[in-house]
Design a protein around this ligand. Structure first.
Ligand code: HEC
Length: 113
């Protein structure tokens, strides 16, 4: 009985951690089509029409991608990309871009000077 409970508890912990966070390595592989606009590290390609997503909270990125996928957030470009993604793909992409160093702070400083 004790063993059974320990195994059940472990199962909950393992499945919860697998659900809670994405795999940034897989996210990097999936990010190849995104890089044309958002840059390899999510800092964009120097064109302000493409948002910087580096260092953004993973939860926010995940929420945004799901909103594009469902059409709740309307954008023709992102709808097309988000529709190809599974929930796990979204988690992995969010984990990858969230782990990148944002250059937004540098841009702000440039604007102030
Ligand atoms: C052809 C250019 C292009 C490609 C490729 C592209 N995006 Fe985007 N992305 C955009 C544009 C433009 C926006 C801003 C849309 C808007 O106004 O909502 C955006 C917005 C986003 C946002 C929301 C950012 C925010 O601050 O709310 C996320 C997250 C995102 N893209 C992730 C991705 C991912 C992940 C991929 C690859 C699967 C991808 N994008 C591919 C152009 C692109």
């Amino acid at each position: 009985m004790k063993n059974w409970m320990a195994i059940a508890a472990l199962g909950v912990i393992v499945s919860h951690s697998a659900m809670a966070s994405g795999n940034p390595g897989r996210g990097l592989e999936l990010s190849v089509p995104c890089q044309a606009c958002h840059g390899k590290d999510g800092n964009g390609v120097g064109d302000p029409q493409y948002p910087i997503i580096a260092g953004q909270y993973a939860d926010y990125l995940e929420h945004s991608l799901k909103a594009y996928r469902s059409g709740e957030r309307e954008n023709a470009i992102m709808l097309g990309f988000a529709q190809t993604l599974s929930d796990q793909d979204i988690k992995d992409l969010a984990a990858y871009f969230a782990a990148q160093q944002s250059k937004l702070g540098d841009l702000d400083r440039k604007n102030v000077d």
